[in-house]
Design a protein around this ligand. Structure first.
Ligand SMILES: C[S@@+](CC[C@H](N)C(=O)[O-])C[C@H]1O[C@@H](n2cnc3c(N)ncnc32)[C@H](O)[C@@H]1O
Length: 249
């Protein structure tokens, strides 16, 4: 295992397990989320980057579609990345693809600070960040038929079977993703957890609006996705990594 699931460190309460919460005596349904809110310490450098670069590069969550042209100051292909972690991959891809604009979503504040630090150090202008649940961002801030690509790298695998319902890549979520993609737009996923890779392949292959770019199998890692340090360590230990690249027909 290369990436840990937060679920395996702190187990969930019964109400979290069922996705229901007791609220003033009434039972209301709450969405089962793909992440747990972690306190996580923000380092001095990350705090400085949040203060210095946040106002320019962090887009507040709003329930209205984002105006990408206004946010980036140009019109360019639009790629959404979900759960960028500490942002190293995001920065590397954005630097290698200066003609494309990248909107990164992450809930974890130290990660947002880390990516802003890279943006500042490398003077990257084609990344914007939203610190919010990606499901709500997709539902409210991303217009239908507007994305040229979606990247989701090493999403939390939620190892335990009873937590699989927290996995991001499920039919309903993929339907939401597809609705936001332009025809011809792509979804690129990667995971180091075989059982999740199989689920990803099954869910994406079952969607008639999507076409697997490599027939019916996993894809070779596209050149633009760098090998992360976690991945390199895992590969040395003989672990596998699976990429999937599908296109909206
Ligand atoms: C295992 S990490 C992988 C990070 C990074 N993509 C990488 O390859 O190293 C998964 C990340 O997704 C974030 N995440 C999970 N669900 C999310 C959601 N619904 N919205 C935004 N971020 C989410 C988590 O906070 C975590 O940082």
């Amino acid at each position: 295992m290369i990436h840990d699931s937060p679920s395996d460190q702190d187990d969930k309460s019964e109400s979290d397990e069922t996705g229901e919460a007791q609220d003033s005596g009434t039972l209301r349904h709450r969405r089962i989320r793909s992440f747990v809110t972690r306190a996580g310490r923000v380092s001095t450098g990350q705090r400085r980057a949040l203060d210095e670069f946040g106002p320019r590069f962090v887009m507040p969550f709003t329930p209205q579609p984002l105006d990408w042209d206004a946010a980036f100051g140009r019109t360019a292909p639009r790629v959404l990345e979900i759960g960028f972690g500490m942002g190293a991959t995001t920065a590397e891809i954005a630097s290698a693809r200066p003609a494309d604009d990248f909107l990164g979503i992450e809930v974890h504040e130290p990660g947002v600070g880390a990516l802003l630090k890279l943006i500042g150090e490398q003077e990257l202008t084609n990344i914007r960040v939203v610190q919010h649940d990606a499901v709500e961002v997709l539902e409210h801030m991303i217009a239908p038929d507007s994305l040229d690509g979606v990247h989701i790298y090493f999403p939390d695998p939620w190892h335990k079977a009873r937590h699989h319902k927290r996995r991001l890549i499920q039919p309903k979520f993929v339907a939401l993703l597809v609705s936001r993609l332009k025809p011809g737009g792509y979804i690129h996923l990667a995971t180091d957890w075989q059982n999740y890779a199989e689920q990803m392949l099954e869910v994406l292959s079952a969607k008639p609006a999507l076409e697997n770019t490599v027939g019916s199998d996993y894809a070779p890692r596209p050149d633009y996705r760098p090998v992360t340090k976690f991945e390199r360590r895992g590969l040395k230990l003989g672990h596998g990594v699976w990429d999937l690249v599908f296109k909206h027909r």
